[in-house]
Design a protein. Structure first.
Length: 97
């Protein structure tokens, strides 16, 4: 399963953005400014969650090659970016298999 965007992804992001604007500033629904702010919030949250997802994948015995394919990057780049966090979360030294 490789990453890609489609109408399902777009619909989820749009719904999340509307929900966040409604929660944070309902009177601004439809205004582009708050929409930009909540989309940045969603992107940052997704970026942070990705580190945990990669660490979970390592805990479930995915190889760096398998993870890299899902991240659309090389195994070397995936290890460089995520191995420190995955190892820290496990309480182990860097995980370089």
């Amino acid at each position: 399963m490789i990453p890609y965007t489609d109408e399902c992804s777009a619909a989820v992001i749009e719904a999340a953005a509307v929900s966040l604007v409604l929660m944070r500033a309902p009177m601004w629904l439809g205004d582009a400014g708050p929409t930009v702010s909540v989309l940045v919030s969603l992107g940052a949250a997704a970026y942070d969650a990705l580190y945990d997802a990669v660490a979970d994948a390592r805990d479930q015995d995915y190889t760096w090659d398998q993870i890299a394919g899902r991240l659309a990057m090389s195994a070397t780049a995936a290890r460089r970016r995520y191995a420190g966090y995955a190892g820290w979360r496990r309480g182990l030294p860097l995980d370089w298999d």
